[in-house]
Design a protein around this ligand. Structure first.
Ligand SMILES: CC(C)(COP(=O)(O)OP(=O)(O)OC[C@H]1O[C@@H](n2cnc3c(N)ncnc32)[C@H](O)[C@@H]1OP(=O)(O)O)[C@@H](O)C(=O)NCCC(=O)NCCS
Length: 145
């Protein structure tokens, strides 16, 4: 159900991202990211491509750069499976800490991250300037065994 992605997946990731976010990242942005050291994509199929998570590892820390599931296949466990696989891969290496930022009004993502054991470490007030209501960013962290 999940597999590692690469630069050849940039167009597919951009398509999914555009379906999930109001300010999507383009194919070239994904191609650039996927060519960088430490950046990994995990893709989920159900059975066609349904979502992905993009992570960046730097020394012993990792960051969730973005996570997206196509609207038509949400609430079927795909986001959870992608995050579990990303955390499993981090835990299998030397990564000791994973962090992320999420908009304070993103109920679904906040619930998912809390379910996975992420805890809030900071709030960035009015962080998402391009979004209606200018929501705060919640910074979350999970320590890996
Ligand atoms: C956030 C997102 C990735 C979740 O993907 P998903 O495949 O629908 O999530 P799952 O089905 O695996 O759900 C896992 C958990 O997330 C939470 N969740 C998911 N959708 C939810 C919703 N609409 N409302 C509340 N909680 C929700 C629940 O805790 C759920 O666990 P449960 O099924 O035991 O209740 C998806 O909604 C998405 O792509 N959103 C747009 C992009 C985005 O916001 N990305 C995150 C940016 S930080």
């Amino acid at each position: 159900m999940t597999r590692l992605g690469g630069p050849d997946d940039a167009a597919a990731l951009a398509t999914i991202h555009a379906a999930a976010f109001p300010s999507p990242w383009g194919e070239s942005a994904f191609a650039t990211l996927l060519s960088q050291a430490g950046v990994s994509a995990i893709l989920a199929s159900a059975p066609t491509l349904a979502g992905f998570v993009l992570t960046r590892a730097v020394i012993d820390e990792a960051e969730i750069l973005t996570l997206a599931v196509l609207p038509a296949v949400r609430q079927r466990g795909i986001g959870h499976a992608l995050m579990r696989e990303a955390l499993r891969r981090m835990g299998a290496t030397h990564i000791g800490r994973c962090f992320l930022e999420v908009a304070a009004d993103n109920v679904a993502a906040l619930a998912l991250y809390r379910q996975l054991g992420f805890e809030t470490t900071a709030t960035r007030t009015g962080y998402y300037q391009s979004r209606a209501g200018v929501p705060d960013a919640i910074v979350m962290e999970k320590r890996l065994a």
